[in-house]
Design a protein around this ligand. Structure first.
Ligand code: CA
Length: 230
């Protein structure tokens, strides 16, 4: 089992990204890199990172835009990498939901200290939980388990499961789910909800041989314990 904290570096300056990657790997973190905003957002939404280092000046999507979109679904700690004296960036970044920022050029010691602090802050005091039977979602820790066994979910999967858990036994239409998880401006595939329901089923229902996510034909989906209406 891999218990190393996973960190995503979104930074287009290859020299900085590589340097930070080497140092973080050396410190025992698992590290992924993205060199532009769009790739970074995509990776952040589809992997369970413990922390994201996010440059502000990025090609394709700015760091601020990545942060704004990410915060719709995720409370993963984000440390912004800002240019020297960019005061506006810092204020806007913290307003947009960044946990911290560090000014370039930074020392690796300072970055490591900030990372440790952000990861520690993530350890929750009070833990809001959602549950259905033995399926438990801990929102603050962004974790899900069944009978104590951890279930590794991506950001979108987590968001979808959260909405289903918050609305137990209520049938939610695909449109409602799409809007709540992907937003009004989602322009991708229309069967995205079905695809993600399939992911959740394989990670929960199939894996533990239980039946939580039920299809209501012609309407949508609902989460409850019981039998499939097949
Ligand atoms: Ca940059």
């Amino acid at each position: 089992m891999d218990t190393k904290p996973k960190i995503l570096i979104v930074e287009d300056e290859e020299k900085i990204a590589r340097f930070v990657e080497l140092e973080l790997t050396h410190e025992g973190y698992a590290v992924d890199k993205a060199a532009d905003g769009r790739t970074g957002l995509d990776m952040a939404e589809n992997n369970a990172y413990d922390l994201i280092l996010l440059d502000i000046m990025l090609p394709q999507l700015s760091g601020m835009e990545v942060l704004r979109r990410l915060r719709k679904n995720s409370q993963v700690p984000v440390i912004l990498l800002t240019a020297r004296d960019a005061v506006m960036d810092k204020v806007t970044g913290l307003d947009a939901g960044a946990d911290d920022y560090i000014t370039k050029p930074f020392s690796i010691e300072e970055l490591l200290a900030r990372i440790r602090l952000a990861l520690r802050k993530q350890q929750p005091v009070a833990m809001p939980q959602l549950s259905c039977g033995d399926l438990v979602m801990d929102i603050a820790r962004h974790s899900v388990s069944y009978k104590g066994e951890n279930i590794d979910l991506t950001g979108r999967e987590f968001a979808l499961l959260q909405i289903l858990l918050e609305n137990q036994s209520i049938v939610l239409s695909r449109d409602t789910l799409m809007e709540k998880v992907w937003g009004y401006d989602y322009m991708g595939e229309t069967n995205i909800v079905d695809v993600y329901v399939r992911y959740l089923r394989s990670k929960i229902d199939d894996r533990f041989d239980v039946k939580y996510i039920h299809t209501v034909r012609g309407v949508g989906y609902t989460l409850k314990q019981g039998e499939y209406d097949a």
